[in-house]
Design a protein around this ligand. Structure first.
Ligand SMILES: [Zn+2]
Length: 200
């Protein structure tokens, strides 16, 4: 998978359809900026410190090397839905913890001196309405490496239930791999999860 494909894997939040945003959790003081030739991480001096070009070449300034992690983890997420993550960190009961919204996926950029490769790590979708919740946590990463084959070692975790259910009534299901790249909205997601958890 090249960088452009990884960045375009999902552009709009599956839940609210707003444009997703890029950030780099390990380099929070850097801004992640998309430019015509690639992805730039801009440090305090407002000049690029890391530049990953769409042609597969990269430039890392000497001063960025000390703060640079390899592989570099870039997260693309919906800023609106992911805001609720703040409450996730609070001391909450499990059921309250299920009341979160999230649409995000991670990109790993592994660089050698002047070149780099890109993979998608995981995609996490968490959605709930007033009655039920639907969570999907899937490895989307290596599927491009395996073409259309389903790699057995990759797993998708599905969690579905109603808030009024007891914990042992929740559907938690591990399936080898679920390609959710074509799922674009909540209704499609709910249909898919219901189908899979009912069949289990
Ligand atoms: Zn959203």
């Amino acid at each position: 998978m090249n960088l452009l494909e990884a960045l375009n894997y999902r552009n709009n939040c599956l839940i609210c359809q707003q444009p997703m945003e890029l950030k780099c959790p390990e380099l929070l003081t850097f801004n992640v900026v998309l430019v015509s030739k690639g992805l730039m991480l801009v440090g305090k001096a407002r000049k690029f410190d890391l530049l990953f070009n769409f042609d597969g070449t990269c430039q890392i300034t000497p001063r960025a090397i000390s703060s640079y992690f390899c592989p570099l983890k870039v997260v693309k997420e919906c800023p609106t839905c992911c805001q609720q993550k703040i409450t996730e960190r609070m001391n909450m009961t499990t059921v309250q913890n299920l009341k979160t919204m999230r649409c995000a996926y991670g990109i790993s950029i592994t660089s050698t001196e002047n070149n780099f490769t890109t993979t998608i790590d995981r995609e996490t979708i968490k959605y709930h309405d007033s009655i039920s919740f639907y969570h999907v946590n899937t490895s989307v990463g290596q599927y491009s490496k395996y073409e259309d084959d389903t790699p057995n070692e990759l797993q998708t975790e599905l969690l579905h239930g109603r808030f009024e259910d007891k914990l042992d009534q929740l559907s938690k299901l591990y399936i080898p791999y679920l390609n959710i790249s074509k799922i674009k909205d909540v209704n499609q997601l709910i249909t898919k999860i219901k189908l899979l958890t009912v069949m289990s």
